[in-house]
Design a protein around this ligand. Structure first.
Ligand SMILES: [Zn+2]
Length: 186
């Protein structure tokens, strides 16, 4: 039976948590072989595969911005190793941040990789650092960090109420693609 979602973010959230293929990088999902029209999936993994398939045109920064928005940064871990803190990185989220940090470079934000990664992670992550704290972590002055953070936020369009930029555009396109695929109601 085919289930529909109320919007694209709900569908992507489900696909991120019930993906059926742990350990597979986001980039690989987006270029994987076609799974056909989805047919009648019987489990969440099949449904997740169909969602990723429908979103293939958004590969790269657009889908990464939506995954960064909804995927958990951390997952509970029950490996019981002595060094385990009880949580593990959710590779989907970190993968998405990595893709966006690389995308910023392509868009001319030619700062160091650690800086780009830290700025993007700070926009989407659980740990909201101030510009001063980011500056201390990156050994940069506060003004440089705030200038760069604003540029990257504008490019992504990830601020509250933003209507232009990577993320708002990706969201509109994801809604249309998933509606075409019958995964959300128009
Ligand atoms: Zn563990």
């Amino acid at each position: 039976m085919r289930e529909t979602f109320i919007d694209a973010l709900s569908a992507i959230r489900a696909a991120c948590s019930l993906d059926g293929s742990p350990g597979r990088p986001l980039a690989a999902r987006m270029v994987g072989p076609s799974t056909g029209d989805g047919g009648d999936w019987t489990d969440a993994a099949g449904r997740a595969g169909f969602i990723w398939q429908a979103l293939r045109p958004l590969r790269g920064a657009p889908i990464a911005s939506l995954v960064a928005r909804v995927a958990p940064q951390w997952e509970p871990c029950s490996c019981r190793r002595r060094c385990c803190s009880g949580r593990a990185r959710c590779f989907l989220w970190w993968d998405a941040i990595n893709i966006l940090a690389a995308g910023a470079l392509v868009e001319g934000m030619a700062w160091s990789y650690p800086e780009r990664f830290a700025l993007v992670a700070n926009l989407y992550g659980d740990e909201r650092l101030t510009y001063r704290q980011l500056g201390e972590r990156l050994s940069l002055n506060r003004e440089t960090v705030s200038d760069h953070a604003r540029r990257i936020e504008k490019w992504l369009g990830c601020g509250v109420g933003a209507r232009t930029g990577i993320e708002p555009t990706a969201l509109r396109n994801a809604d249309a693609l998933l509606a075409d695929a019958g995964l959300i109601l128009r």
